[in-house]
Unconditional design. Structure first.
Length: 180
């Protein structure tokens, strides 16, 4: 449950307990009142008792998508500032996270300073530098695979079927470049 060390309620939805505890301590030192959940079920229990002003959500939670948590947080209170963290960013998941209510999307490792700065970003940056060369075939393939994983709620068998490849082939690709 939430502690009463600060006046800014923050939920951390992360299945890596050590990382979640580190974030929790760091945010508490900054005056946040932090509660932790490891998945959608625990998040829903927290939402029954409290409404966060801020949330940090891991994209991949014990084989499930953190996007469902983003959706639940936004549905509970659209003013909640939600930052999604992931070990591998893709255009597809970034777009979906923002559509579902996230205010920002950061890759791991991200520190408390970067996450806190992301909470305050309300507008896009039209001056963000554009890449000078087009995406590689491998990058495009990975983004397509990741999009299919998002659409199938990270069900590898169903994603492989939709991609027209054998499940083991997809599993081998994911071992080389894991989704986090």
């Amino acid at each position: 449950m939430a502690e009463t060390t600060g006046d800014r309620p923050l939920f951390i939805v992360e299945d890596d307990i050590e990382f979640a505890r580190t974030l929790k301590r760091s945010f508490e030192r900054r005056g946040y009142r932090v509660a932790m959940a490891s998945g959608l079920g625990e998040l829903n229990a927290l939402l029954a008792d409290d409404t966060p002003s801020f949330a940090v959500v891991d994209l991949k939670l014990a084989g499930a998508s953190g996007l469902a948590c983003v959706e639940a947080l936004h549905a509970h209170d659209p003013s909640t500032r939600i930052v999604v963290l992931t070990g591998f960013a893709s255009i597809a998941t970034a777009v979906e996270a923002v559509k579902l209510g996230a205010c920002h999307y950061l890759t791991k490792p991200s520190n408390t300073d970067a996450i806190e700065a992301a909470f305050s970003k309300t507008l896009g940056d039209p001056d963000v530098p554009l890449p000078e060369r087009p995406s590689t075939i491998k990058t495009l393939e990975w983004e397509h695979i990741h999009q299919m994983l998002v659409e199938t709620d990270f069900n590898i068998s169903e994603a492989a079927r939709r991609l027209g490849m054998h499940r083991r082939t997809l599993a081998r690709k994911l071992e080389k470049r894991p989704v986090r």
